[in-house]
Design a protein around this ligand. Structure first.
Ligand SMILES: [Zn+2]
Ligand SMILES: [Zn+2]
Length: 143
């Protein structure tokens, strides 16, 4: 199944429609993501900002990443479902937490990053491209 995709948090207060395919889908095993994802990795789809509409009340958590970039994580103000992430170094796109997107869809990760931080028990699909830390940025997509 291809776009459009629909997003919905656990309580339904935050919804979204995605009109185009994501740039990529990948797992992140960094420590911040392990906290957001209750111990495992986050799985994220990068969408261009102009390819989706989001409605509902988000709360934001902001911090400075090791790279010095500002990172903002948006979650449902009512139920806490992780919804979206923004990075000041990548203003034309946002990551959407894959669990927010309603099935059926065929979106699946093709790479796993920050494996240096993954717990010993983590099982990484050998089919995924692996990165010990942050991979080099993808080629700039025209905004
Ligand atoms: Zn909610
Ligand atoms: Zn991460």
């Amino acid at each position: 199944m291809t776009a459009p995709y629909h997003g919905r948090c656990n309580c339904g207060a935050v919804t979204a429609t995605f009109s185009a395919e994501p740039v990529w889908v990948r797992q992140c095993w960094c420590r911040q993501c392990q906290k957001s994802a209750a111990g495992s990795c986050t799985t994220n789809a990068l969408f261009l900002t102009d390819s989706f509409t989001l409605s509902g009340d988000l709360r934001w958590f902001s911090y400075e990443a090791d790279s010095g970039n500002g990172v903002e994580q948006g979650f449902c103000a009512s139920c806490g479902t992780p919804v979206i992430g923004r990075n000041t170094a990548r203003r034309h796109a946002c990551v959407i937490r894959l669990g927010f997107i309603e099935p059926p869809h065929d979106l699946a990760p093709t790479s796993a990053i920050w494996l240096d931080d993954a717990p010993d028990w983590a099982v990484i699909d050998p089919a995924l491209q692996r990165f010990a830390r942050q991979p080099p940025p993808p080629p700039e997509t025209p905004a």
